[in-house]
Write a protein that binds this ligand. Structure first.
Ligand SMILES: Cc1cc2nc3c(=O)[nH]c(=O)nc-3n(C[C@H](O)[C@H](O)[C@H](O)COP(=O)(O)OP(=O)(O)OC[C@H]3O[C@@H](n4cnc5c(N)ncnc54)[C@H](O)[C@@H]3O)c2cc1C
Length: 354
């Protein structure tokens, strides 16, 4: 199979008629041929019509990866490559599907091409090109590709797959409860609010440990996920899988707060197009400031310590800022340090009268 484009199908788990992160990209990567499985799969298929060629639809109220793998393996068997998004449900389903199909699984690829996949290794420090010489199952990391453009006039066939009607296997894992993820620990690629720390927090005698502890507390207070630049990840202040950027996790949050981050091209290349960007830096001339809606020119560790203290003692009562294109409140509750800049993309000095 190496060297030629294999026949490919995307298998995308759906919940409440919504595709998971990376779902549309995986369909695009499979050339618009996909099997959508789950609760509201038919509705999700309707929304993909303009960007897909062939959609197989399998409705199932509850996610049960073992039962799903058994039910779906027949529909995927003819494709050489089975691609799934490396979202939580995709990561649960893929190994079971691979086992059912008797194929190798290549997990968390950042690229798939004719006869190969590129897999990150060693905490994303290296990318390894692995040959695909036969039928395989591959999960794709969300955010590394792009969804196909929607062409309303495009023709798309939709076929329903019926359930095999068999009861779940005894001993099969069951979903007991679905809980919202803890934002600070949630997958960065899925985060709607993101707080990122950079080398500007690492100047203290402890190398930035206290500033990053404050950063984590502020992120928790804002209901945001926590990430770091490459500098912060290499210093061990954030886990390697929480490094943001072109060669780290590609993110697309609604709100991106960058603290002590210069905004190097390799960093900005992985940060998508957020609705709101806040930059905190002592230098008003950084590229990060140039991309920000709100720029705070200040000592970042000092600001974080003050903000963490205010969150702890309740001075900041409602720290949930609106996202998704909504405007910032005129003033954060209780006079919190981040106040709205009068003009977009204008740095302000919180110590001054701006
Ligand atoms: C092949 C390659 C791939 C790369 N991939 C990535 C990637 O995926 N992600 C990534 O992040 N980087 C990546 N990099 C590295 C990237 O080029 C930058 O070096 C890195 O992003 C810089 O991180 P930083 O912003 O934390 O540090 P710096 O660029 O050093 O910026 C620190 C900022 O903090 C400010 N500052 C300093 N002290 C204070 C203070 N007391 N208060 C407030 N502000 C302060 C400074 O003014 C500065 O703006 C890559 C590089 C290469 C060569």
């Amino acid at each position: 199979m190496s060297g030629e484009r294999a026949s490919t199908i995307a298998v995308v788990p759906v919940r409440e008629a919504t595709l998971p992160p990376g779902g549309a990209e995986t369909v695009a990567e499979a050339g618009g041929v996909a099997l959508l499985a789950g609760d509201g799969a038919g509705e999700a298929a309707d929304r993909l019509r303009g960007s897909a060629r062939l959609l197989l639809v399998w409705e199932s109220r509850t996610f049960q990866p073992g039962t799903w793998a058994r039910a779906l393996s027949g529909a995927c068997a003819a494709a050489d490559l089975v691609l799934l998004p490396a979202c939580p449900d995709g990561r649960d389903l893929a190994p079971r599907l691979a086992a059912r199909l008797g194929r190798p699984l290549l997990a968390g690829a950042v690229r798939v091409g004719p006869g190969y996949a590129v897999l990150p290794r060693d905490g994303d420090r290296h990318a390894v090109r692995v040959g695909i010489t036969g039928p395989a199952v591959v999960t794709l990391r969300p955010g590394v590709g792009g969804a196909a453009p929607v062409r309303p006039e495009a023709r798309c066939a939709v076929r329903r797959i019926r359930s095999d009607g068999r009861a779940p296997d005894p001993g099969e894992a069951r979903v007991v409860e679905v809980r919202a993820p803890e934002p600070a620990a949630a997958d960065l690629a899925e985060a709607d609010r993101l707080v990122v720390g950079g080398a500007g927090l690492m100047g203290g005698p402890d190398g930035g440990a206290a500033a990053f502890a404050d950063l984590a507390e502020v992120a928790r207070g804002l209901g945001a996920s926590l990430g770091g630049t490459r500098a912060a990840a290499e210093a061990g202040l954030v886990a390697p899988e929480r490094r943001v950027g072109a060669t780290g996790v590609r993110v697309s949050p609604g709100l991106h707060i960058a603290v002590g981050v210069s905004g190097a091209p390799r960093y900005l290349a992985g940060t998508g197009d957020p609705a709101h960007v806040v930059a905190v830096d002592r230098d008003p001339g950084t590229p990060m400031m140039a991309t920000a809606d709100l720029g705070l020119v200040t000592d970042a560790p000092g600001m974080l310590a003050a903000l963490a203290r205010m969150l702890r003692d309740g001075t900041v009562r409602d720290s949930r800022w609106p996202v998704d294109g909504a405007p910032f409140p005129e003033q954060a509750a209780g006079g919190a340090p981040p106040t709205r800049a009068s003009g977009a993309r204008t740095p302000v000095d919180p110590a001054g009268d701006g």
